[in-house]
Design a protein. Structure first.
Lengths: 138, 138
DNA sequence: GTTGAAAGACACCATCC
DNA sequence: GGATGGTGTCTTTCAAC
């Protein structure tokens, strides 16, 4: 499906997906059209889901980055999904997980007030634990 | 720092950061150079940290997406960081958090064996809890 | 998959409002 | 801070190998 050359291409794109095809071609020792074709294939086959960016959340006014573990009773599943949908802009990722809590939310809220509004609604249908993100280290 | 127009530009880039500046210009009703200048500013000021991509982890052979909460005694901090560094390719994000555990690792390992190797080393210096990611829903 | 060439689109720069 | 026009460059597409 994806070979070693593809992995190298993905690695380059992961570091900077606006890199020029020519530069990737140099890295992987292929011609530019060959690299472009490989990228097109990976886009079509769904290996590459999306080109996106990483922001400094603080600088765009999102002062409350958090993780929330959610323990949900399945009867509330519909309400829960509509709540997630309502706060879609603040919720960056939403995973179903194993463990004592069955969902994990990765989000970034503008302020305490917005986060508070979310948790008040969440508390009505689920138990949850909030973890504040103090910093990203790596 | 960032105004409403910038937010719209970031939103467009977030959906697809390989979008052409011309197309963003249409969306925000500005000229292409004006948009390019705003983007350059946000790159320089660190608002935009990185252009990257989202992969289908399964399709690139990363069959074990996980979150790991780590409770670390600070005396082991150096060892811990060098372990994180050793497994840098499998660790996608590494956050310092509040709560009973002080770090949260977001990672994707190729298989159980690789994950096992990591946890054996981790167990020597910290307590941890692993959560398997079953799916991403949103 | 490579090379080479051509067309078109795009980004960048300087200038001006 | 934004618009316009010119220039250079990249990408894409096609050909043939």
């Amino acid at each position: 499906m994806v070979d070693d050359t593809d992995i190298k291409i993905l690695y380059a794109l992961n570091k900077n997906c606006r890199i020029k095809v020519n530069q990737i071609a140099e890295i992987v020792h292929l011609s530019a059209p060959a690299v472009a074709a490989r990228i097109a294939n990976m886009e079509d086959s769904g290996v590459i889901k999306k080109y996106t960016l990483e922001l400094d959340l603080e600088k765009v006014g999102l002062h409350r980055p958090i993780f929330i573990q959610v323990s949900l009773h399945e009867d509330n599943h519909k309400k829960y999904l509509s709540l997630i949908n309502e706060y879609r802009l603040s919720i960056r990722h939403h995973y179903r997980t194993t463990g004592d809590m069955n969902y994990l939310i990765e989000g970034a809220f503008h302020d305490n007030e917005e986060l508070n509004g979310f948790t008040i609604k969440l508390a009505k249908i689920a138990n949850y634990r909030i973890y504040d993100v103090l910093s990203e280290e790596i």
